[in-house]
Design a protein around this ligand. Structure first.
Ligand SMILES: Nc1ncnc2c1ncn2[C@@H]1O[C@H](COP(=O)(O)OP(=O)(O)OP(=O)(O)O)[C@@H](O)[C@H]1O
Length: 390
């Protein structure tokens, strides 16, 4: 079990360097503090040639640190510029969490207005680029069935760790293929955990992959703002189906009945044809029974009632075969298409005139004024304000 060091040390740790402010820095234990100059040198002055990604939190650069270690250097955007103390408190929390299936935070930089995170660099990019990119880009990798199983189980273990081992538990809030990074051996690592808490309460994090993110959202979180571990489990279920099928959760180029992955999965499940969803690029080289079991677990994770979704440790046991998958009580999952015609809402607007075909009880949305659902289709902008009470 990992417990966060909430009682702060008064004695400066040896890893502290060049603090902006001694008092602020006294709140951190073992977090390595990098100077801006060090990170500028590591990235060749944040050269565009070293930029490896852009996310809702800011830009990511590849850099070589003093001593030769490669790092992914995430420069948080202006919106993410929290006060030094709050920032370091969260960094302290994130850096205390270590697991084989979580991206390792090496340290950070908090000079002047800069808020920069330094992570272990992962050689094989994200699942969204390598598996779900559709094979149209140079990043794509062939994932055989065994590798896919290993990835599903690894992600499940990482999430079970965040939910059930870490104290207090961490709810990721943004489990999706672009947040699953792969090392040189294709071991999956969950990235961006804990980052939601780095965003100041009055700022929003606008996801860069709007359509995808929307498709991973549990309806009770998207509509009602109720954030629990079960919202992550829903997102994991969608991801699991994506890994087995090799396709994105939403694909508007497909015939209408196939566009939403969960809808399609449920349809095939009812027709006892689940195997038809497995990625055709595997050329039939997979364990059909195991693949159908994984898809059923995906359906269990996305059940409409959060209570019906299994915990992540149960998911791990089901994936590894330690526990049977019981689908006898399984019903239709909560489907994205049920709330696809939600219209852009202003925070203060009442829920009563919300045009929605959703069958979910949305009455609680007005009680959760912090959460704003913005979507009229998978292509529109989705914004959520984070609930800092969790
Ligand atoms: N530790 C890392 N090692 C290697 N590449 C990384 C690392 N972290 C991020 N990246 C690259 O940077 C890209 C952007 O990452 P980031 O987490 O900021 O945004 P995202 O997850 O793609 O989008 P969003 O902000 O919507 O979640 C990733 O897709 C990946 O290609």
């Amino acid at each position: 079990m990992t417990c966060f060091p909430f009682s702060f040390s008064k004695t400066p740790s040896s890893s502290r360097q060049h603090p902006d402010n001694d008092e602020d820095i006294s709140s951190i234990h073992d977090v390595k503090i990098y100077t801006f100059k060090e990170l500028r040198n590591a990235t060749d002055n944040f050269s565009p040639a070293n930029k490896i990604g852009e996310g809702g939190f800011g830009s990511v650069y590849m850099g070589r640190l003093k001593g030769g270690k490669l790092a992914a250097i995430k420069v948080l955007s202006a919106e993410s510029r929290q006060g030094v103390k709050e920032f370091l408190t969260e960094i302290n929390v994130i850096s205390a969490v270590e697991h084989e299936n979580l991206v390792k935070l090496y340290g950070c930089c908090v000079e002047k207005n800069n808020r920069i995170l330094v992570y272990n660099y992962l050689e094989n990019n994200s699942l969204s680029r390598t598996l779900l990119g559709g094979g149209h880009n140079s990043d794509s990798i062939y994932f055989d069935w065994r590798t896919r199983c290993r990835i599903c189980i690894g992600v499940a273990r990482g999430l079970a760790f965040l939910h059930e081992e870490v104290r207090p538990p961490i709810i990721h809030r943004d489990i999706k293929a672009s947040n699953i990074l792969l090392d040189k051996d294709l071991t999956p690592k969950i990235s961006d955990f804990g980052l939601a808490k780095l965003i100041p309460a009055n700022a929003t994090h606008v996801s860069t992959r709007v359509a995808g993110t929307l498709g991973y959202l549990a309806p009770e979180y998207a509509i009602g703002g109720r954030l629990t571990r079960k919202a992550d489990i829903y997102s994991f279920g969608v991801l699991l189906v994506e890994i087995v099928s090799g396709r994105c959760n939403t694909n508007s180029r497909l015939p209408i009945e196939e566009q939403f992955i969960l809808e399609r999965t449920w349809d095939l499940y009812e027709r006892k044809e689940l195997v038809g969803l497995v990625d055709t690029s595997l050329n039939g080289e997979f364990d059909a029974e195991q693949a159908c079991k994984f898809l059923k677990i995906g359906l269990l994770c996305t059940q409409e009632s959060p209570k019906s979704r299994p915990s992540m440790s149960t998911v791990v046991k089901m994936l590894t075969g330690e526990m049977k998958v019981d689908d006898s009580m399984m019903t239709k999952p909560a489907l994205i298409s049920d709330f696809m015609d939600l219209k852009v809402r202003h925070k203060q607007e009442s829920i009563t005139d919300m045009k929605t075909s959703s069958s979910y009880n949305t009455s609680s949305a007005s009680e959760h004024q912090d959460t704003t659902i913005i979507s009229s289709a998978a292509t529109s902008t989705f914004t959520t304000q984070y609930d800092h009470s969790m």
